[in-house]
Write a protein that binds this ligand. Structure first.
Ligand SMILES: CC(C)(COP(=O)(O)OP(=O)(O)OC[C@H]1O[C@@H](n2cnc3c(N)ncnc32)[C@H](O)[C@@H]1OP(=O)(O)O)[C@@H](O)C(=O)NCCC(=O)NCCS
Length: 120
């Protein structure tokens, strides 16, 4: 089992979102659709970003070292719970850690968004 955690100051994303290209550069299609559905809520955007970084930490790889942030796709089930889409590339990195499952959780309150990822 490996874990990864990330905390983000939500206000950072108000500035980043002034760039029209920001979402498309770092977020997968499934995430941008979810963000649109959530009316571009800044805490949702920050929470998803934290989730991507938590995933990278759990997998033991840093940003730009094999898996781009955009390639990490956080989806949501019918209850709204986030989960990581596992494509062939994600499966490769899970296998490299001797793992087959990946779980992620997101929370936000006030100024911060936090995410925690477990692979096992
Ligand atoms: C899950 C829940 C309790 C979280 O509420 P909260 O404490 O006010 O919110 P937090 O800031 O801690 O977490 C929000 C994030 O939790 C995640 N989330 C939402 N529903 C979730 C669920 N059912 N299970 C797990 N995570 C969930 C999302 O990533 C959400 O972020 P988003 O709204 O930006 O997409 C609330 O969303 C809820 O009651 N959902 C519907 C009922 C439900 O399915 N409950 C299952 C409890 S396990």
């Amino acid at each position: 089992m490996q874990t990864g955690v990330d905390i983000i100051k939500i206000s950072r994303f108000e500035k980043l979102m002034q760039d029209d290209k920001f979402l498309n550069k770092y977020y997968s299609k499934i995430e941008t659709e979810y963000i649109n559905k959530k009316s571009n809520k800044i805490e949702t955007i920050a929470g998803l970003y934290a989730a991507k970084e938590a995933v990278l930490k759990a997998l033991g790889i840093g940003i730009g070292r094999g898996l781009d942030l955009k390639e990490i796709a956080i989806n949501h089930d019918d209850n709204g719970a986030p989960f990581v889409e596992v494509d062939a590339k994600m499966q490769y990195y899970l296998n490299a850690k001797g793992c087959s499952n990946i779980s992620v959780s997101i929370s936000h309150d006030g100024e911060y968004a936090i995410s925690f990822c477990v692979i096992n």
